[in-house]
Design a protein around this ligand. Sequence first.
Ligand SMILES: [Zn+2]
Length: 671
Amino acid sequence: MPAENPSTAALTAEIHAWEAAGASSAEALSTWVGARLAAHEAALAALLSVEGLRTADNSLRFYDLAIEQLNLAGAQAGVLNSVAADKAVRDQAQQEARRVAQAGSALSLNRPVYEALTAIDLNGASPATRHYIQRTLLGYRLAGVDKDEVIRGNLQRLNERATRLSLEFSRNIQEGAKMIEAAPSELDGLPEDYLARHPPDTEGRVLLSTDQPEMQPVMTFAASAALRERMFLAYNTRAYPANKEILEALLATRQEIASVLGFRSWADLATADQMMGSAANVRAFLAKLNEASLDGASREHKSILAFARRRQPGLEAIDSASRAYWFEQFRRSAFDFDSQSVRPYFPYSQVEAGVLSTAARLFNVEFHRSNTPAWHPAVSVFEVLDGGRHVGRFYLDMHPREGKDKWFSAAPIVTGVHGRVLPEAALICNFPGGEVGEPGLLQYNDVVTFFHEFGHLMHAILGGETEWAGISGFAAEGDFIEVPSQMLEEFFRDEKLIQAFARHYQTGETLPSETIKKMKLAGAFGRADWVRTQLYYTTLSLDLHDRDPSGLDLDRITKQLHEALQPWTWVEGNRMYTSFGHLTGYSSNYYTYAFDKVIALDFFAQFDSKDLLGCDAGSRYRKTVLEQGGSKPGRQMVRDFLGRDEEFRAFSSWLNEEFEEEAINFKILLI
Ligand SMILES: [Zn+2]
């Protein structure tokens, strides 16, 4: 690969992998990533060749260009691994993602680069620049850059192994769809449009896949307990047994990395540069979470069990495979609310328009449809304008497709740099709809998910005008990253905002206020249970990484924790740990969701509930939090916006929210 001149112009050329010469071929992708990595190397060489006094301007600049190229290559290899239509391109993208991760791992142990950054004179540097350098140097020390050469070589091999195992683990989940057979009679309770999409075959069987849009309605609505259990087991074993061995190897590799670096456990290492700071702090947080949610969750479980026993005398207990179903039945009955009844008010295209217009008003920006080509014709592209100024671009790839990642996520495409590179990001989701003539009716939770992912997207875009690529967009601590997403979710509880877009797809009728009240009440019921589920996942993610994993029995620990933290009966044969995809990205730090929920709710409480979009909290939040990207510590952003540290108060009242008199009226229906 010929070395490129690390000038700004050369480095920002060819910003989209899918537009590279030869477009969608695996070979073109490889060439494109190769060019980014060559530019990365060239920038590092330029950094090392600086003579005399090192300054941010003559040294950090080259380091940051190297990071920019690495981010670009890593982001797009990652996205194409999830979305490319051609399997050959996805396979290639996976290999390229590995190549980029290897370059990242090599950089994290590059002693000359570390020494060059250490030598930078910080006199007169901006606070963001200081923070960037200090955080980068901490990262270097946590990677083991100060160890001798043999140990560094060993660490590099271990990091590469961990990356390879993580990618295989995710890929097995992504491609591990299973099919189950159902008799038509077992589909009782499922919505009409679902039944219409799944007619019996010539032998009278209905085939259902474990993909989200086929799985979720079965778990929520199918009256047949046998069908729910088959679907639950198929879904939770879709990457079993392959991922069991991979996870064991991954945990062993991570523990070895931690030991080599002098940490007791991977969890201590993985939290050292986070807001949380240590595994012990995570445990202290989990104890608070346990205390805050125990009574509420127990009340919820008792109500559901008593209800289910009235419906089905002789029922002893409710297992995990039936939890969602009984929750749904209970909500319908107790709150006179059927979540099916609101789906016609949430056709995909209206929800999209509603989420976009809410965000546009909240953050005072405009979104315009764009002709910029994406990786697939099904993707819509939008340009983001702020007072007429072009500040970013995003891609919405929102419906399932053969071979596409089955999850819901926001991903960076290009990390922005002030005045030089426009930030770009994408949502990769699997909402119903997308086919001609199919309205794509969303469930309540789907709409919440849309707001959530859009919160991430706005963080990537509005945080994309920082001074350096390395502190742009999502670059805050990993355990701050779910604050903007969970904050935006809360906006879906506002009646005025909901009514601005929730209109019946056939009649045009606005979703009635009465229904919204019931929907919110029904939605509030089950929050404590949700927190317990988070507590279970979080404790599992921590426990797997906070001990010596040799001899660890994954099946046993998964079941034990479930029994300790969940009121629902364990389903034998559940191998959820093989499809718990967050174990690769979050590793021990899945606590992020619950921790950030506490912060997000405290943030949301700063908004005027009577005028969410009109009050000044939106612009303050944009400025003190989103626009900062990673240019200051998360702790500082919390203090800048709240004027203090986060507290549990808003979280606790959210957890025990009662809609006063309405709640009393609706509860009468329980009897
Ligand atoms: Zn999220």
